[in-house]
Design a protein around this ligand. Structure first.
Ligand SMILES: [Zn+2]
Ligand SMILES: [Zn+2]
Length: 440
């Protein structure tokens, strides 16, 4: 019943938007409306009807019909003392929060940070000092620790505790996550489950593709059963070169993978015989579209583990993130936008606007003084098996029309500014928009 009203309400809004706005598709309309257009009178009835639709049920409609208004910065792949990260969750979240991130997911290996876990502080002075800093910052009433045979043991705060301590309504969101850490023979196979509600045990499988699929299915099953939106994403496919293009192409129900991961051992760029994650991304989408699968979207993440030693051999915080355009700062809203492709991935470049309207991608960079930008539009022509660079502009504003002869295209921005703490040979700050297809 609840879904009936929601669906009917959504259908009315869809019909209304389609007719009055003459937009090519409903999806476009959602993706692209600029903030000011929310005041447009034509939208008012649509939003009103939507409000009615929502008020009839407890859950939001599957399809996001509100206008996306804000950019939210977040990192979906982070480690803490709950697994092999070397800092307390609160300190890590504070670090990101103070650097204008609005949402975070601590994704520790095979745990959702519940129950009781104690860590022994390592003898190294770095860690002893960092514990003292933690104790000073949060106070003895918050920090639970004991000394045993000269060693300091500290009880970690569980997800609900660190979330409640750091979260700020409308300003900072902490999403529950797990890095499902599996393997096939000697090949590590990792995937994140963002907004997971119950821990998933690695499922294993008879080959690499099957291991991934079994774990993806667990996340999708939990989503269906609980009704809570959650997304699996494939992590660092080139880590140990475990996951091949064919493995990625075989997946069903996977919409996301890491086109950039800030860990120094993940080979984003590939090597002389193996393709980069960006080349992999395009080839996945060529295959997916030919097989009527939804597009694969590319995430940038930190995969941060090391919060004390800094440099290119450490997995530090702040290297890669996503900017999601959403109406509110909530896991539901962010996941809706991620699944609509309404976001970009960045290692430093900030965009002022990014829209896809009337078959045209428009991008405007938030420019920095003394920095120049190259905006490339990369796409695959129908009938081709590879992408090519279709247009290059050395400006901070550009537009590109996705013509009927294209299978899909996407935008990539490369800055002249060096990334502050890079890995591999990825020297300059970048941003990647998500691929789009021509609409009728
Ligand atoms: Zn991993
Ligand atoms: Zn990781």
């Amino acid at each position: 019943m609840l879904h009936y009203y929601t669906i009917v309400g959504t259908a009315i809004v869809m019909f209304y938007n389609k007719i009055l706005f003459k937009s090519p598709t409903f999806k476009d309309e959602l993706y692209l409306i600029e903030p000011m257009k929310i005041l447009n009178i034509k939208n008012t009835l649509g939003l009103l009807l939507l409000t009615v639709a929502i008020s009839c049920g407890e859950t939001k409609p599957e399809t996001q019909t509100e206008t996306a208004q804000n950019w939210y910065k977040g990192n979906l792949h982070t480690h803490s003392y709950w697994s092999d990260g070397d800092e307390f969750p609160e300190v890590i979240l504070d670090w990101y929060k103070s650097r204008e991130y609005q949402f975070m997911a601590l994704s520790d290996h095979n745990t959702i940070a519940d129950g009781e876990k104690w860590v022994t502080i390592r003898e190294d002075s770095i860690y002893k000092n960092s514990f003292q800093n933690y104790l000073r910052a949060y106070g003895p009433d918050w920090v639970e620790y004991k000394i045993d045979s000269g060693k300091t043991l500290v009880k970690l705060k569980a997800y609900e505790e660190y979330r409640d301590k750091l979260e700020e309504k409308g300003a900072f969101l902490v999403i529950r996550s797990e890095e499902i850490t599996d393997k096939y023979e000697d090949k590590p196979i990792h995937m994140n489950a963002t907004n997971i509600q119950e821990k998933i045990e690695p499922m294993g499988g008879a080959n690499v593709a099957e291991v991934m699929q079994n774990n993806i299915n667990q996340v999708l099953e939990q989503r269906k059963r609980t009704g809570v939106p959650m997304i699996p994403h494939i992590n660092h496919p080139n880590f140990h070169y475990s996951i091949t293009l064919d493995d990625m192409i075989s997946l069903k129900g996977e919409r996301f993978f890491e086109v950039y991961n800030g860990h120094p051992a993940v080979h984003n760029m590939g090597d002389s015989t193996r393709i980069s994650t960006e080349e992999m991304w395009d080839l996945i989408n060529i295959s997916y579209l030919k097989n009527d699968k939804p597009l694969m979207y590319g995430l940038a993440t930190d995969d941060s583990h090391h919060y004390h030693n800094k440099g290119k051999s450490w997995s530090n915080a702040g290297r890669g993130w996503v900017m999601v355009q959403a109406d509110t700062l909530s896991a539901v809203s962010l996941i809706n936008s991620l699944e609509s492709g309404n976001f970009y991935s960045s290692t430093g470049v900030e965009l002022k606007t990014l829209t896809y309207q009337n078959n045209t991608i428009s991008v405007e960079i938030e420019p920095e003084l003394g920095v120049t930008y190259e905006i490339s539009f990369i796409g695959c022509k129908k009938g081709q098996t590879q992408t090519e660079t279709l247009s290059v502009v050395n400006e901070s504003v550009a537009a590109f029309e996705i013509t009927e002869d294209l299978l899909f295209a996407r935008c990539k921005v490369t800055s002249s500014k060096l990334q502050e703490n890079p890995i591999e040979n990825i020297r300059y700050e970048m941003a990647w928009s998500q691929p789009v297809t021509p609409t009728e």
